[in-house]
Design a protein around this ligand. Sequence first.
Ligand code: ADP
Ligand code: MG
Length: 698
Amino acid sequence: MSNAIDCFGENVFSTSVMRERLPKAILKKMMCTLETGSDLDPAIADVVANAIKDWAIEKGATHYCHWFQPMTGATAEKHDSFLSTTGDGRAILEFSGKELSQGEPDASSFPSGGLRQTFEARGYTAWDCTSPVFIKKDGSNTTLFIPTVFISYTGQVLDRKTPLLRSMQALNKQAVRVLRAFGNQTSKRVIATMGPEQEYFLIDRELYKKRKDLLLAGRTVYGAPSPKGQELDDHYFGTLSARVATYMETLNRELWKLAVTAKTQHNEVAPAQYELAPVFSTVNIAADHNQLVMEEMKKVAESMGMACLLHEKPFAGVNGSGKHVNWSISTDDGVNLLDPGVTPHQNAQFLVFLCAVIKAVDDYSHLLRASVSSPGNDHRLGANEAPPAIISIFLGEQLSDIIAQLGDGPAKSSKGGGGIKLGVTTLPTLQKDCTDRNRTSPFAFTGNKFEFRMCGSSGTVAAPGFVLNTIVADTLEKIADELEGAINVEQKTQEILQKIVKDHGRVIFDGNNYSQEWVDEAARRGLHNLKNAVEALADGPDETIIEVFERQGVLTGCELEARFETLLEQYVNQINIEAKCALSIGASQIVPAVVTYAQRLSTTIANLKGAGIDVEPYASILAEVSKLLSDLRAGLAELKQAIAAMGALSDVKEKGFACRDQIVPVMKLCREAADALETIVDADLWPLPTYAELLFLK
Ligand code: ADP
Ligand code: MG
């Protein structure tokens, strides 16, 4: 290929391909749908489908699939061929507008969180035409992928895409109202934008295959620390090894073909850890693309003899992986509403949007926390490598100061000279990057966007995305109500800002989020500290959460409850798998290896004794090994019991508590004994690839 970027978008039915292939009148209607978000006219669906089919077949596709994002967190696809028989023994390739727009996969095996009985199987998928269709090659199979939403026969939402799209609509509606109140008559739409930075580990595939825990649970449940870890800080931004650089190049090309804007890549903090960031896009496309990024990362790794680990904590003792979700809101005519701007007028409008986010995050911090809850993330949050489970906002010096001024009330703002130009409009011109970064903050303002840093590396960004959109939309709705009813908008703005700062200033924190002082201070401020996934999920959504989602038309109370339950179920399933891996590896790999080693030692001791040599050093090794072996065996017995006891429970909430309080601590005990044994037992006998091999073999 002459130019690497030539392949960009070659597998996507983008608007430029549409321009080439759709008749003018159809194209016009299609563009109208894309630009205004109006419904796709069913009358044009057949023509669009036919054009897509011809394009896909030219690219080698034989099948199409409706691609959706069920609540498993992964994606799902059911493939159908374009084949249709003619009745005279021949076959033709066909694809109708209905097949493009709607699918009907059996929904019974997808999690619904109790929304649906298993016998109620019917589910529907519907094309999200704002996310373009694309071609994907898996092995020699080429398929047309159609991004869709997924709902049940009764219309209940079973996926993560539907609420995301609805939340975008809600945000659009309310943000436009606020803009109009500020006199903006030109912007037609407001769009949420997102750029998720994806962290991952790459290890050698042969070693990966030798670890049942990595294969099945995605993380190591045993493994003594490597003699060298991340203490030298020599990996972060370090030189890429040839193998990894080739991986990144191959991955970029695959992503570019799909129009995924892979842009930034570098070594991360832990050895064998890396990051990829795309150029941001509309939040629904960013969510689709992030799923593609994760899939391609794994696929390319496999094809190159490596394994890509997306788990939040594949290795104990070195940093885990997260996903920084950068989020902002922009108008269709290109104004980033979280950009401070240069004129006082923009300044006031900016402060309104900024304060709307502050209020939303403070009011619904427990919901944001729940949206990123997973067993993997429990290893990270609050463990000195990622923000604590307490949500606070970092604004930086200049903004914090302005916010503090606003909070001082009307008396101070009258300093501005009286009249209508109070406070807000006399604020200094804001500049981007006026303060340092704060790496410890879970929700940081970074110049013209917020960066939500609590998300786990394996999780979907759709969930934090639709939560942010919904809660900010709701806050903007209240603000719009007030502004629309105001006689003096500037004065009203001042009042609104002051009230938000007064009521929600507690959520702003610019200090060190990793410190114990902050944990104590946050408790004094009355901020939530939901330390683990079970704590964040077990009680389900409270009234405030249900109300905001129903008010904004994003999800019903039942659907929300189902979502919390599904996340908790997933927690339980994952911990159960990890525990069973720990049990099986412990009992059938580690114990036998230790027994063999002990056997060798005792033979040696017997022989040496016969020769009259002092056996004390050998005997003391044997005693230590025996002690640890009995600790390990006791732990494994306890683990077996805990797994059985948890399995006997029927309530998912009780299961969650049993996992957290019984299983997880016992797994730790088993690990302590096994990891200590790893440092004593003959390395040739040790049945698992070590951390040093996994993390440092290039
Ligand atoms: P960091 O310094 O935090 O590692 P990166 O440059 O790696 O930053 O990533 C920043 C991410 O934020 C990129 O994906 C970028 O596209 C995204 N981003 C930039 N501007 C916006 C915006 N207005 N809305 C959403 N995301 C944005
Ligand atoms: Mg970042």
